[in-house]
Ligand binder design. Structure first.
Ligand SMILES: NC(=O)c1ccc[n+]([C@@H]2O[C@H](COP(=O)([O-])OP(=O)(O)OC[C@H]3O[C@@H](n4cnc5c(N)ncnc54)[C@H](O)[C@@H]3O)[C@@H](O)[C@H]2O)c1
Length: 333
């Protein structure tokens, strides 16, 4: 028997909103009911492309009939309000990271949500990347013995515009937060955070008292050591790699390139094709898998992973990293 099609609404038609709109609109079992964005021109363009309608007032979403859930891809400052209102209407929520930049606001939001049952998922899409998920699955299966060290490298191709940086909450809450969640994908219980930050190339970022380059070291409860290396720029594209080192071996996932074609000659070997440009291309499959997992939770009522509390923990770790970088001290969490 075929399952009922799900109906989702989307808040925000910007960079990540466009990714979600296309994933939902092309999903075989989900309909995109409406796109809401006060910048209605953007919403209209995206709605025309994805075969749905656009509204300027986010409130209109809640008047939509037979809605199962929402995808929140609007600016971070709107997330808590939209999560709270969506849940009050009994809707399932897939919300982009971070929940908010302020931990007290996030904890208040959690209290307000209470034990309501509709699923809530946090947009830590990298957990759904097939390469990283395969490494994690094989570590969990014991293929490299006991996990001792994890190395995560994540570099953006170029810094976001300065007005974005100004409101981003800083590199740890905006960018490293993805890697902190990836660390917890492997080692859920982190007990200690040490971080250093530097300004090696961008005076613009420095003007906002933010770093363009950071290294974070985490200690897991079992003594595992995790290193995260971030840069806001990278000459060869979007650099996304990780390595898990264990007592009996090592597993790694390298960059995904545009082509696997390589030239072999007497002078050496050469891999053709740069790294994929940015998150839209690199994580296209991950965003689709994330949506599948969200739909599964809506249909079954099973809790979403990563959920709201994973968003809380990632923010706590990001705050600890900021504190450590500013004070030069290791922070216990
Ligand atoms: N998971 C990821 O890979 C990823 C990537 C990029 C951004 N993000 C996150 O997604 C969020 C959006 O980032 P972006 O880069 O797409 O921003 P963006 O500025 O490109 O787009 C945001 C859109 O939301 C609209 N908007 C503003 N208020 C709204 C409201 N109340 N309701 C509906 N729409 C509203 C804006 O007009 C704009 O069109 C941020 O929280 C960011 O941290 C996640």
């Amino acid at each position: 028997m075929s399952e009922r099609r799900l109906r989702l609404a989307l808040f925000g038609s910007g960079r990540i909103g466009q990714v979600h709109a296309r994933s939902v609109a092309t999903h075989p079992d989900i309909d995109l009911a409406v796109i809401a964005d006060p910048f209605v021109e953007g919403a209209r363009r995206l709605a025309a492309e994805t075969g749905t309608k656009a509204v300027a007032d986010p409130e209109e979403v809640f008047a939509e009939a037979d809605l199962d859930g929402v995808v929140i891809a609007s600016p971070t400052s709107t997330h808590v309000d939209l999560i709270t209102r969506s849940r009050a209407h009994g809707l399932a929520v897939l919300c982009e990271k971070p929940i908010d930049l302020d931990i007290d606001t996030v904890l208040e939001c959690r209290d307000k949500l209470g034990d309501t049952t509709s699923p809530i998922m946090l947009g830590f899409n990298r957990r759904f990347d097939p390469h990283f998920a395969a490494v994690r699955g094989r570590v969990a299966a014991g293929e490299i013995g006991t996990l001792e060290q994890l190395t995560i490298i994540s570099r953006d191709p170029a810094p976001a515009p300065v007005d974005y940086i100004a409101g981003s909450g800083g590199i740890f809450r905006d960018m490293t937060i993805h890697d902190l969640d990836m660390a917890r994908f492997f080692v859920p219980d982190i007990v200690e955070v040490t971080a250093v930050g530097s300004n090696v190339f961008s005076d613009d970022i420095k003007r906002y008292d933010d770093y363009d380059s950071v290294v974070v070291t985490l200690r897991g409860r079992g003594g595992e050591l995790i290193t995260i290396t971030n840069s806001r720029h990278c000459a060869y594209g979007y650099d996304q790699r990780l390595e898990a080192f264990g007592s009996t071996g090592m597993l790694s996932a390298g960059n995904v390139t545009e082509t696997t074609v390589r030239k072999f000659g007497s002078e050496g070997t050469e891999g053709a094709g740069p790294c994929l440009p940015f998150f839209l291309e690199r994580y296209a499959e991950a965003y689709r898998a994330e949506l599948d997992a969200f739909a599964h939770s809506i249909r079954t009522g099973e809790p979403c992973t990563p959920g709201f509390d994973d968003g809380v923990t990632a923010l706590v770790l990001a705050n600890a990293a900021e504190e450590s970088a500013r004070t030069g001290k290791t922070v216990t969490v």
